[in-house]
Structures are given as C-alpha cells and as structure tokens.
Design a protein around this ligand. Structure first.
Ligand code: HMG
Length: 404
C-alpha cells in the first residue's frame, strides 16, 4: 500500500489591530533606529488591542479556511501557543465554538515555547496517515511580550496562523524524515505568575543556533536532503536577522558556507517580509515566515523547502517538504498582506497603556470596550468566563453546560 501524501492544504494569517513602528520605539528609547532596522531586521511590531488575544487572532485566521472547505471533515483542532488564556481549558475550544465546528472533534492545546506549532503539524500528519479522510485544523498564535525598557522590547509582536492539514494537500507535502533536538536550557521561559517572559538574550541566540545545528545533523542522519537542495528555508524568527544568523551558522557547520551559490537572500528574504512587519509571534513565527515565502515567490512548484523550528527551553526540529504544482491558486496572498497593511499605527503613549493592561481577576462582570475591528473580539469577562463576540453576536460556552 502506498503512503498518502500529507501536508498543508490551506494556510491563512491574522495579526493584531495596532502596529508600533520601530522608528517611534527607537526615538523614545534614545536608540539608533539602525540597530532595529539593520541589527535586528525589524521595521514594526503588531500590538493587540485590549479586546484581542490569541483566540480572536486564531479564529480570524481560521474563518476563511472553514468558509472555503467547510468543517465537516475536521476531527481534530490543535492550538499551539505559549500565550494560553487558561490553565485548564484549551483556547481552541473558544475557536471551535466561534467557528461552529462539529462537536465530533477533539480539541487540545500544545505548548513548548516557539516550537509547538511544528509538533502540531507532525501530530496532525500522523493522525491523517492513520485515517486519510479526516482533516486537522492546526492553529498557532502568540502575543510576544517583554518588559518595557528591556532588550527584548523591540522583539515583541503578535500574529496567528491557521493551517488545514490533509492528505493530497494543495500547497506543501511534508517529507517523512525530520531532525529533532531537545535539551533543558534556561534561555527563555515564563513562570505561571508572570505576564512577561524572563530571558537571557545572548544565551538564547546561542542555544537557538546550537539546537538547530543538532536537529539538522539528526535530519541528515535520517536521510534528509542536503542544504543546497532547498529552494528556500523558513526559520523561526524572533527577529528577522536571526534567520540570517542561523542559516550562516548551519552553512558553516555543514562546511558549505564557501560554496558557490550560497546567496542568503535567495533562500531567506521572501520568508522574512511579513515577520519584519509583524515582529515575533513565538509559535506562529516560522509559519508566518512560510506564508510570507509562499506569497512572495512564484518559482517554488515541485521544489523542496525547509522549515526550521526552535522553541526556547529548548526543542528544535528541522523538517522539509515539497511545494505542490499550482500552489498559487490556493494561497491567500492579498488577504494575508491586507491583514498586515490594515493595522493602525499606535501612539507610543497608547502602546505603553496597553502594555500595562491587566485582565481583572475578581470574577466580576467586566465589559471590554470595543477597540478592534476584526471579525472576533473579547467582549467581556463574567464569573471568570471569557465571552467572545463575533460580528454576528456574542458567543457563550455551551448553554447545556451552563444549565440554561
Ligand atoms: P541587544 O543587547 O539589545 O542587542 O540584544 P545587541 O547589542 O546584541 O545588538 C543586536 C544586533 O544589532 C547586533 O548584531 C549589533 O551589532 C547590531 P549582531 O552582532 O548580532 O550581528 N547593532 C547595530 N546594527 C546597525 N546599526 C546600529 C547597531 N547597533 C547594534 N546602530 C537580543 C539583542 C536579541 C539579545 C534581544 O533583543 C533579546 O533579548 N531578545 C529576546 C530574546 C530573543 O529574541 N532571542 C532569540 C533567540 S531565542 C528564540 O528565538 C526563542 C524565542 O522566540 C522564545 C520562544 O521560543 O518562545 C525568543
């Protein structure tokens, strides 16, 4: 029996309502803007309004996928995030409700810093290999937040990506070998009692490079392709210069940095365009990079690409796949670019105000003023419940459970 081809059938991007330009940040921090534009490779970062979170961004990303394909064959929803809104309930359940997905479905949340979306993709592929008629909706989204005035502040951002994983995919078919590496490292983490991450920035950059080098070695050992075969490489991008640093590191490790044709821009640049404007989106970042690559290159049909995933703490995976012929017809390039272009510039004072906003924890009734203009928003908190609103109206959790 031949194995079914499995991979990404549809992919859609959403981001937040506001954007803070790095020029404004540099001005307020008294830093040379070139440090951000050239040194980090960032121009702007997405900032969620007070009525946005990972649920609203992920539902916004997934809604057009469900509109195009329907939800009937979706048996599993996996939400990969490190910005969870609850210690117990999977954020995907809110999205499942907002999108009206079938109740005959499993919904779970996955966490391992910026790596977890790649785990979700692999788990989805394994489920489909077992039952090729089913589809898996992979959601990934995060709000990257660091303390004001910290070195991490210019590497904030927010975005979500939704991907429909199926047999006989229209966009990307995954290769079977992938390379893995895990190690217990304290480079970046967020204890339960903190809203901002704790980070050892320099260590994190070193840990990232070491982990992807080891994951790549495992990928090669398992019969993976040579680096020179890839038409493009999509890296996890805490800031876009990191993709260049990491790729240079891998080429050096592979002994091919001096080889002819190793023009970094030709394999990296297209996959950094969206990330440069959105900032870090943690678990979603490599897939924001994939959306950017697909939307900006028209020469990828039948060519292999690599996805290089890193999550602090740390886990790395080097995976690859081949782009399907005709992939263009299935992309959402205008909508993806529109989500980024539509963001409203935020004043520095408003950005600081939003940075300090805390969700009330008293269990009372709190209405959240409408600020965002997307299809979904966090409308209220009541009895510790989160109440989301779609353009059509309010979404409450199942009335059966609430005894109404
Ligand atoms: P820093 O100390 O502010 O910056 O921290 P720097 O002094 O290292 O400068 C950065 C670059 O800008 C350097 O280039 C400078 O030379 C250059 P490099 O030497 O690296 O090539 N530079 C300039 N260039 C042009 N004109 C100028 C100028 N000035 C300086 N005038 C750091 C940077 C990344 C450490 C900080 O932003 C940080 O802590 N960020 C948060 C952590 C992070 O992003 N780590 C990345 C790897 S870990 C990861 O990716 C996982 C993560 O996403 C979390 C997860 O998994 O969940 C973070």
């Amino acid at each position: 029996m031949t194995e079914p081809l499995i991979g990404i059938h549809d992919l859609s991007l959403a981001t937040a309502h506001y954007r803070l330009d790095h020029d404004a940040l540099a001005r307020h921090l008294g830093v040379d803007p070139a440090k951000f534009h050239v040194g980090l490779g960032q121009d702007a970062m997405s900032i969620p309004a007070a009525d946005e979170d990972i649920v609203t961004m992920a539902a916004t990303a997934a809604q057009p996928i469900i509109a195009r394909h329907g939800g009937d064959r979706i048996r599993t929803v996996l939400f990969a995030t490190e910005s969870g809104v609850d210690q117990s309930k999977a954020a995907g359940l809110y999205v499942h409700g907002l999108l009206g997905l079938p109740t005959t479905c499993r919904v779970v949340e996955l966490k391992q810093a910026c790596y977890s979306a790649t785990a979700a993709l692999q788990f989805a592929a394994a489920l489909i290999a077992r039952e090729p008629a089913q589809q898996v909706l992979v959601l990934t989204g995060d709000v990257a937040k660091y303390a004001l005035g910290s070195t991490g502040e210019p590497t904030q951002g927010a975005a979500a990506v939704a991907m429909l994983i199926t047999a006989e995919p229209a966009i990307l078919r995954l290769d079977t070998p992938s390379g893995l590496y895990s190690d217990d490292v304290s480079d970046f983490w967020r204890p339960n009692y903190r809203t901002e991450a704790v980070v050892d920035g320099k260590l994190s950059v070193e840990a990232y490079q070491h982990a992807i080098e080891q994951a790549w070695a495992d990928y090669r050992y398992r019969g993976g392709r040579d680096l020179s075969e890839f038409a493009a490489c999509c890296y996890h991008q805490p800031f876009t210069r990191m993709a260049y640093k990491a790729h240079r590191h891998l080429l050096h490790h592979a002994g091919s940095d001096a080889a002819p044709g190793t023009d970094l821009d030709s394999v990296l640049a297209a996959g950094t365009i969206y990330n440069r404007a959105v900032g870090n989106s943690y678990a979603a970042s490599a897939y924001v990079g994939l959306a950017s690559l697909l939307d900006h290159r028209d020469d990828l049909a039948n060519r292999p690409i690599a996805i290089i995933s890193y999550g602090s703490g740390s886990v790395a995976e080097f995976l690859s796949g081949v782009i399907e012929p005709g992939y263009h017809q299935h992309l959402r390039s205008a909508a993806n670019a529109g989500a980024i272009a539509r963001r409203r510039p935020i004043t520095y004072a408003h950005y600081r105000e939003l940075h300090q906003v805390e969700i009330p924890a008293d269990g009372g009734d709190h209405k959240i003023e409408q600020e965002s203009t997307g299809p979904y928003r966090l409308a209220a908190l009541s009895g510790h419940r989160r109440i989301y609103e779609s353009a059509e109206g309010r979404h409450h959790s199942s009335s059966l459970i609430q005894g109404k």
